[in-house]
Design a protein around this ligand. Structure first.
Ligand code: MRU
Length: 348
């Protein structure tokens, strides 16, 4: 299957090529990003988005940000690197993959500190490419594990976009749908529109439709009725940060689906790589939730839909309590409750 890579380096490895996801589904345009400020802007504005893709873009972005440094000693180079790291880390707060990738780049740099600056730069390039490649491998594994939980002809519901364009491969929540499609499972997928930025209708529906997966878009407030009507056999969502007890931050609206799923006795699966698990966050309360501008609500797509003078509240994510989650599917294993114990074992 043809996968669209949302963030990669160009052949000369002096620029990042990003699919500008803000333009989809109308326009499929790739942009070239070189400067650190442009990487920051692309993450902030969701040109590149989805937790794993943000991590990959941060890895490439920080490499590009320091590759032309003129520092001639380790201390100066490290200082410049840390400034760039702090800056990129300020772009979005919730998806832990951003911080995970930046920490990984820093650790690599520190491991190479006895080498020349040019060699350190080479190692940073290699590390960023490794993050990208591992992301592809993790998608394959998550897709297989996820598919093992499903049966042909099932109706599946998903929220936001945890697909190919949120990762470097098949995606996480959409991975089993793609794999099932290749193997003739004939799933019926329902994609929540996902207000306010419509990642479900703009991106998930676009992606699945491109390869011929049967997809139906519903508005977010229609999730309950499709569950009640028996159209949904399983719910598959991605994640931006999983705490040590299994509480999971994902796109705003996810937690409501999980609560509904319990009422209708529908399994609720969270799919994501181990890089999205933050063992330093004890529970969901420790997860920083991004709040975005009000214009996304009252004038998201060129038309005013509410009086701009009223108050708005626009949290971009919410936390699903672990008690509503049937299983967390990672590239290493399918985890079942008790999540606190099983997550600990995974990292031991
Ligand atoms: O604000 P976004 O579009 O970056 O939010 C994305 C999500 O919530 C995804 O479900 C999550 O990052 C997982 S992507 C594999």
């Amino acid at each position: 299957m043809n996968i669209i890579i949302p963030a990669t380096l160009n052949e000369k490895k002096d620029a990042m090529i990003l699919l500008d996801q803000t333009l989809l589904p109308v326009e499929k345009k790739f942009i070239e990003v070189k400067e650190l400020e442009d990487t920051w802007e692309a993450i902030k504005k969701l040109r590149v988005r989805g937790a794993p893709a943000i991590g990959v873009a941060a890895g490439f972005g920080i490499y590009l940000g320091v590759k032309d440094s003129r520092a001639d000693n380790f201390e100066d180079f490290y200082r410049e690197f840390m400034e760039a790291k702090k800056y990129l880390a300020s772009s979005r707060p919730t998806a832990v993959n951003l911080f995970w990738a930046l920490d990984r780049m820093e650790n690599r740099l520190l491991r190479e500190q006895e080498r020349s600056i040019e060699e350190i730069k080479e190692s940073l390039l290699e590390e960023s490419e490794r993050i990208f490649k591992e992301d592809q491998d993790m998608c394959k594994s998550i897709s297989e594990y996820g598919l093992s939980l499903l049966k042909p002809e099932m109706g599946l519901l998903t929220h936001c976009n945890a697909g190919g364009i949120a990762t470097s491969g098949y995606g996480t929540a959409l991975g089993p749908m793609y794999l099932g499609h290749e193997r003739g499972y004939n799933f019926k997928v329902y994609a929540d529109e996902t207000r306010p930025l419509l990642q479900g209708s703009r991106l998930t529906a676009w992606e699945l439709n491109q390869v011929g997966v049967d997809v139906t878009v519903i508005c977010d407030n229609m999730a309950s009725i499709v569950m009640k009507e028996g159209k949904i056999d399983a719910i598959l969502v991605g994640c931006d940060r999983v705490a040590a007890n299994g509480d999971t931050a994902n796109k705003i609206g996810t937690s409501g689906l999980a609560i509904l799923a319990k009422e209708y006795k529908i399994p609720f699966y969270v799919l994501g790589p181990t890089s999205t698990i933050d063992m330093k966050a004890r529970t969901g309360k420790d997860i920083d939730i991004e709040e975005r501008g009000s214009k996304e609500i009252y004038n998201g797509f060129g038309r005013q839909t509410a009086p701009s003078e009223v108050k708005f509240y626009n949290p971009a994510f919410d936390v699903t309590d672990h008690k509503y989650i049937t299983a967390i599917v990672t590239e290493k294993a399918i985890l079942r409750p008790p999540f606190e114990d099983n997550l600990k074992k995974l990292f031991e």
